[in-house]
Design a protein around this ligand. Structure first.
Ligand SMILES: *Cc1c(COP(=O)(O)O)cnc(C)c1O
Length: 396
């Protein structure tokens, strides 16, 4: 199995392109342009050059010795995506897509953002290339992530606060899509996760899969063997698929995606799309067919998570597929467990993780003690916690 979607962007029954008629030809144009640069050595060289010299790649693979010893089980390694420029993996995709936007001759860039990390990454690459940048962000997220809002403005972006619905990521994506429909000739929509209509889930995965390619090389060099287990948090799913992609063919590598368990399993109080008891069902949202949180009438449910970056009702279609064939397992960590893991990693390793990444760490705290010291777990530390310290201070 090669884990590529078919020509229409489907992995099994998941994915596709569910958009208004006016967006069909722009998405077709985007797909053509993307496939052209995918095989273009000059484009790929420029992408690699910026990953290295602008973002600081390759990011280290760090052996968390004290955490491993404390838990008394598997050896835990952290893939340090938090050390990227702007503080998370989001910049990998932003660099790739801004190069594509330039190639397509687009002068105006729009983006949505939840936690603000993708907005910051987009504003950053727009500043780098002198392009106009508009970022849509839910009003609730604007409140939770004030520091990132200021950063985007400092970088020269216009932040448009979205007051509709739950005022979080879903509502921001709706507004961004509306803007794109209206301004499609001049505007490039720089989508931030492995979500949305084809070709976004594929394109974002490809740009993020640098994470797994590096990790594979690094762990083989360190231990001479593949890891036993990979763990990553799953919002839309880009950091997780970026880590997993290079290992999908290796059957012995177990993979676990960790969703936001929120406050409880009740619909509306979490963002665990694969939790069937919690309201996760197959459906279509924002251009793609996947697992979504919905009520018995098919209305999209409200979601909750302590971390803005995981607070979304749908999940990338490739994850829905990987779950359906049993290649990747999905678990969840709740708000309290994430908060605990946030503190544990800070104490034991001197690394303050993003609250999103803390969900992955929380799951590692559960499974590592049951494994043996000659086994290895790699967890994707998708971002740093600077943006979250004020929120956590208020909670504690
Ligand atoms: C945005 C974000 C996430 C969630 O998005 P994915 O597309 O699922 O990776 C996770 N961690 C951090 C630090 C983020 O900024």
């Amino acid at each position: 199995m090669n884990f590529q979607p078919n020509e229409c962007g489907y992995w099994g029954e998941f994915g596709g392109r569910f958009v208004p008629e006016t967006l069909m030809s722009p998405l077709e144009e985007l797909t053509k342009s993307y496939f052209a640069v995918r095989d273009d050595a000059n484009f790929q060289a420029e992408f690699q050059q910026l990953l290295r010299n602008f973002s600081g790649r390759p990011t280290p693979l760090f052996h968390a010795k004290r955490l491993s010893e404390t838990l008394g089980g598997a050896q835990i390694y952290l893939k340090r995506e938090d050390l990227n420029h702007t503080g998370s993996h989001k910049i990998n995709n932003a660099i790739g897509q801004i190069l594509l936007a330039r190639k397509m001759g687009k002068k105006r860039i729009i983006a949505e953002t939840g936690a603000g990390q993708h907005g910051v990454a987009t504003a950053t690459v727009c500043a780098l290339f002198g392009l106009e940048c508009v970022v849509y962000m839910g009003a609730e997220d604007v409140r939770r992530q004030a520091l990132n809002v200021f950063r985007m403005k400092l970088l020269g972006a216009e932040v448009r606060e979205v007051d509709a619905g739950a005022k979080t990521l879903k509502d921001a994506i709706n507004e961004a899509l509306r803007d794109w429909v209206t301004n499609v000739k001049t505007t490039y929509y720089l989508l931030g996760s492995a979500l949305g209509p084809h070709p976004y889930p594929l394109m974002v995965r490809d740009f993020q899969s640098v994470i797994g390619r590096e990790t594979r090389e690094q762990i083989l060099e360190r231990t001479g063997d593949l890891p036993d287990c990979l763990v990553a948090c799953v919002g839309g799913g880009s950091n997780a698929i970026g880590l997993f992609h290079s290992f999908l063919q290796d059957e012995k590598v177990r993979m676990i995606g960790v969703e936001a368990g929120g406050k409880s399993d009740n619909l509306g109080e979490h963002a665990a799309r694969f939790n069937k008891a919690g309201g996760g069902k197959i459906g279509v949202l924002q251009g793609t067919k996947s697992f979504l949180l919905q009520d018995e009438h098919g209305q999209i449910a409200l979601t909750h998570s302590i971390s803005a970056g995981l607070d979304y009702a749908s999940v990338g279609p490739e994850h829905a597929f990987l779950q359906s064939i049993g290649r990747v397992e999905y678990a969840s960590a709740n708000d309290e467990e994430a908060l605990q893991a946030f503190q544990t990693l800070s104490h034991t390793e001197g690394i303050i993780p993003a609250l999103e990444s803390a969900h992955g760490i929380a799951h590692v705290l559960k499974i590592a003690p049951e494994m043996s010291p000659n086994q290895t777990i790699i967890v994707n530390l998708s971002g740093r916690g600077d943006k979250d310290v004020q929120q956590v201070a208020e909670i504690l």
